[in-house]
Design a protein around this ligand. Structure first.
Ligand code: ADP
Ligand code: FDM
Ligand code: MG
Length: 212
C-alpha cells in the first residue's frame, strides 16, 4: 500500500506544529512509517534565502519570494513522491495552500490567488489537508506576534479570508476543517479521526496519489 500525504494548514498559532508532531507520533506508534516535514524547509540554500526574508534580513520582490517558496517545495517533490510510492506516509506542516494565500494576501496587483497557484501545479496533491481553524482573537490569547515578516494583524485577517476562499474553490474537497479552539487533547482527537478516515479511504478505494 502506498503512503498518504497529510498536510496541516492554518493561521499562526492555530496549533499546526503541535498537532503535526502529535499525529506523527500516533501514526508511528500504530506501526506506520512516517516522515515529518515542514515548509518552508529552512535547511536548504533556497530555504535559507526564505529564512533571511522572513526574519527581515533581506528584501525580495513579491513574485521572487513567492517563487522561492514554491521552489522550496519542488526541490522536495521527487523525494515526497518516491517515499509515498514506497509506503511511507508524509505529514507536512504547511504546504502550497500557505504558499498561495500568504502571497495573495499582500494585495500585489498581479499576484492574486490564481497567479500564485500556477507554479504549484504538478506537485504531489495531499490526500487530506487538515485546516486548524481559529479566530484571530483566540490565536492572540496564545501569545503575541513574533518578529517574522507576516506576523501582523492585517496579514492574518487577509490570510484567513483567503484560506476560506480556497476552501470554497475547486479544491474544497481536499480540506477537513477542525475547530482549533479546543484543548490540545480535544483537537488531537479530531485530527486523529480525520487522518484515519483519509487513510482508510485511500486504502479501501485504492486511490492513486494525485497531483496539483
Ligand atoms: P502554529 O504552528 O500553528 O503556529 P503551535 O503549534 O506552534 O502553532 O502553537 C502555538 C502556541 O499555542 C504554542 O505555545 C502552543 O503550545 C499553544 N497551543 C497550541 N494548541 C493549543 C490549544 N489547543 N490550546 C491552547 N494552546 C495551544
Ligand atoms: N509561508 C509559508 C509563505 O508565505 N509561503 C509558503 O509557501 C509557506 C510554506 O512563511 F508566515 C509563510 C507562512 C508563515 C511563514 O511560518 C513561515 P512557520 O512559522 O515556519 O510555519
Ligand atoms: Mg508552527
Amino acid at each position: 500500500m502506498r503512503g498518504k500525504l497529510i498536510v496541516f494548514e492554518g493561521l499562526d498559532r492555530a496549533g499546526k506544529s503541535t498537532q503535526c508532531e502529535r499525529l506523527v507520533e500516533s501514526l508511528r506508534s500504530e506501526g506506520h512509517r512516517v516522515r515529518h516535514m515542514r515548509f518552508p524547509d529552512r535547511s536548504t540554500p533556497i530555504g535559507q534565502m526564505i529564512n533571511d526574508y522572513l526574519k527581515g534580513q533581506s528584501e525580495q520582490e513579491d513574485h521572487v519570494i513567492h517563487l522561492l517558496f514554491s521552489a522550496n517545495r519542488w526541490e522536495a517533490a521527487t523525494s515526497i513522491r518516491a517515499d509515498i510510492e514506497a509506503g511511507t506516509t508524509i505529514v507536512i506542516d504547511r504546504y502550497y495552500y500557505s504558499g498561495c494565500v500568504y502571497s495573495a494576501a499582500k494585495n500585489n496587483p498581479i499576484l492574486n490567488l490564481e497567479w500564485a497557484r500556477h507554479p504549484e501545479e504538478g506537485l504531489p496533491r495531499p490526500d487530506i489537508c487538515i485546516f486548524l481553524d481559529i479566530s484571530p482573537a483566540d490565536a492572540a490569547k496564545r501569545g503575541g506576534f513574533g518578529g517574522e515578516k507576516y506576523e501582523n494583524q492585517q496579514m492574518q485577517d487577509r490570510v484567513r479570508q483567503l484560506f476560506s476562499q480556497l476552501q470554497s474553490s475547486s479544491e474544497k474537497d481536499d480540506f477537513a476543517t477542525i475547530d482549533a479552539g479546543g484543548s490540545l487533547d480535544e483537537v488531537q482527537l479530531n485530527v486523529l479521526q480525520v487522518a484515519w478516515r483519509a487513510i482508510e479511504r485511500v486504502d479501501a478505494e485504492g486511490l492513486p496519489l494525485r497531483f496539483v
